[in-house]
Design a protein around this ligand. Structure first.
Ligand code: TRP
Length: 446
């Protein structure tokens, strides 16, 4: 018998997985670059018609099998069980994501601590500080990464209820309150109104083919699809949970937090006339810290609150990346939780150290391939190849391979006949093709 989440624990744990660094540096910038709320509208349509459809399919696999991902595919496939089980091994994608995600978490930890006393005065100094952390301060990166890794594994070692659920149940509201305070504080700046209109006033002329593809890619990434995380958490879904409303709440929380993060970030960008179109580490670690510096001591406090909220968002995602593999080793190989934790820790720790070495100036050449650092290779491999491929496999599996009866019995009470049929058609004929298109575009045309 599996350990089960409570109902609210399940919603917060999955929302905790979904809300992560993607919300902080992918969501706001893409919204900004692609016509504000016009993009949000597009993102919502694609979320509901494609990613949410696959999200529900992963929930179905987890809930009906109540098992780890490998065993789930084996159990639910009517034939060729031994072949289908390989679809469960996309869980390795989650470990690869974890390996570089925990390195970024280490940088965030370093900033959360040092930012209390030091903020860079200008962009050059800020860029130099960030680049020094990656290029020269191997030791600092390494220590911060190690602390974050140990904390993540410690939480997961406590199990679904006492570890994962407990953490999410206080950390997600804490993240929300921190962000709410920051949004409230941003209200006092002129930049806030500009930020609000930038994010919420639609400009349909800014939408193009790339916007559609970015929206779809984002919708996929932010819902943590394609690496068996949702399957694994759904295996601990409590009985009689309304699957539809819970899943919709998760999507809602995810978007809301993305918008709140965006409001805060862009208020300061506009307040100080910085460049709203940059993204990624540049936006968060380099520009934002300089902008906060202009506010004196208040800036230090805000920066601390902001990085702390990022740390919260990251850790709740990180633990959802390691749980699938640990659960698999425990469930299918009779390992003790402790041994499974040790094995997965060693695997991801080595890859994480490689990521750090890939940025460290003295070893960067050794840990790079085709001009990409080890970190970027893992990112590319997971986001552009493994996650979409697994999305396609999952929709085909639930749409065509699994028997329709049990799926209908599971979902119909919450969805009704009409909605169920719409979902089933989208799953069979829309989702796999949409994902295939993003995948081909990302691999061959960008
Ligand atoms: N959704 C997370 C974010 O927005 C990132 C993510 C992608 C993820 N795939 C995942 C998290 C798989 C957990 C598991 O940052």
């Amino acid at each position: 018998m599996n350990e089960k989440f409570s109902r609210i624990g399940f919603i917060l744990a999955v929302a905790g997985s979904a809300v992560g660094l993607g919300n902080a540096w992918k969501f706001p910038t893409l919204v900004g670059q692609n016509g504000g709320s016009a993009f949000i509208l597009l993102y919502l349509i694609l979320t509901l018609s494609v990613s949410f459809v696959i999200f529900l399919a992963e929930i179905v696999i987890g809930r009906l099998s109540e098992s780890d991902a490998v065993n789930a595919f084996r159990k639910l496939a009517p034939n060729n069980k031994e072949k289908w089980k390989f679809a469960g091994f996309f869980m390795i994608g989650a470990l690869l994501i974890y390996s570089f995600y925990s390195v970024v978490m280490g940088w965030i930890l370093k900033y959360t601590v040092t930012i209390v006393v030091y903020l860079p005065k200008n962009i050059d100094e800020s860029g130099a500080t960030f680049n020094a952390l990656l290029g020269n301060d191997f030791f600092v990166s390494f220590i911060c990464f190690t602390i974050c890794s140990l904390v993540s594994f410690y939480i997961v070692s406590k199990g679904v209820k006492n570890g994962i659920e407990k953490l999410n149940v206080w950390m997600m509201p804490a993240l929300f309150i921190l962000l709410l305070l920051m949004v409230a504080y941003s209200l006092s700046y002129d930049g806030f109104l500009k930020s609000l209109s930038f994010l919420l006033v639609p400009d349909f002329s800014a939408l193009n083919k790339d916007s559609v593809l970015s929206a779809l890619g984002l919708a996929f990434f932010t819902l943590s699809l394609g690496v068996t995380t949702i399957i694994t958490y759904a295996a601990s879904l409590p009985e009689k949970t309304n699957i539809l409303t819970s899943s919709l709440s998760i999507v809602f929380i995810n978007i809301l937090i993305g918008i709140m993060m965006g409001l805060v970030v862009f208020t300061f960008i506009f307040e100080f006339n910085a460049d709203p179109s940059q993204q990624g580490p540049g936006l968060i670690f380099i520009s934002l810290t300089v902008l906060f510096a202009k506010l004196g001591i208040i800036g230090n406090i805000l920066a601390f609150a902001f990085f702390l909220s990022l740390l919260f968002a990251a850790i709740t995602s990180a633990i959802s990346m390691i749980e699938p593999s640990i659960y698999y080793l425990v469930n299918s190989h009779n390992m003790t939780r402790k041994n499974a934790i040790i094995a997965i820790f060693i695997f991801t720790y080595i890859l994480g150290v490689f990521c750090i070495l890939g940025y460290y100036s003295k070893t960067a050449d050794v840990f790079s391939l085709f001009g990409k650092s080890f970190f970027d290779i893992l990112d590319y491999l997971t986001s552009n190849i493994m996650m979409p491929l697994s999305g396609i496999v999952t929709s085909i599996f639930v749409g065509f391979v699994m028997k329709k009866g049990p799926i209908e019995i599971l979902l119909r009470p919450y969805m009704g006949k009409k909605l169920f049929n719409i979902w089933y058609v989208l799953l069979r004929y829309v989702a796999p093709f949409a994902v295939l298109v993003i995948m081909i575009n990302q691999v061959f045309f960008s």
